[in-house]
Design a protein around this ligand. Sequence first.
Ligand code: FPP
Length: 257
Amino acid sequence: MAFREESQEFTDGGASRSLSSKVSNSQIPHHVAIVMDGNGRWAKKRGLPRTKGHEAGERVLFEIVEAALHLGIKELSVFAFSTENWRRSPDEVKFLMGFNREVLRRRRDQMNELGVRLRWIGRPQRLWKSVIEELEEAQRVTRKNSKLILNMCINYGGRAEIADAAARIATDVAKRRLKPSQINERSFAKYLEEPKMSDVDLFIRTSGEHRTSNFLIWQSAYAEFVFVDELWPDVTPETLRRAVDIYSKRERRFGKA
Ligand code: FPP
């Protein structure tokens, strides 16, 4: 069963495929964040090296981008490489760096034709120069698109993002460009990696783990969380449709009674 707790609601033999026609626009999340977890386990189950799991995950990512466009989701953030992923074996880190670079190069034109604007969210420190160049080129080529923003979070960590923002604020206060009394949630958010990023509405994590793992922790303060059991390479557009269906049935109060 793919979904915990909510699974009973979704034994509809695929009827929710027509979700986009059943759920009104106001129930479609504007911003969906995904932790694409489980590539390594997917490969291990098949007796393959972990890298084969990442390769299998690429096709899924771009199927999900197309499904998001179809559903009318306007912003999609995916965790492609975290600031903690540097702790993996040197071979896997090397693979992931090269793989990110190649995927960006290979998929850039397809994303552009689909009207997707690609945005890089993450720190430049340690990141391979060739990956940064590819990210910048993908951003440049797709900058005028507006159907969907795809935030590629590469060398990203939520705490690092908040700490970096605090350091920039401290600099501005020291230089008297900002008064401590002017610091509030709204002004703080302007110092984050991407001030224009909207709050996350729906946060999805695959592979049966129930953690945020430091992904968009500021932006997900009021997100609805949906955890799915499928390993990332087993995810299909149906998984996204079902997660959106679960989201559409949740009551969001934002602290109100
Ligand atoms: C987590 O699975 C996945 C990653 C660290 C890499 C994410 C990359 C993809 C989904 C491939 C798509 C391609 C790009 C370039 C975005 P894991 O390795 O932590 O799996 P495990 O938990 O089973 O070990």
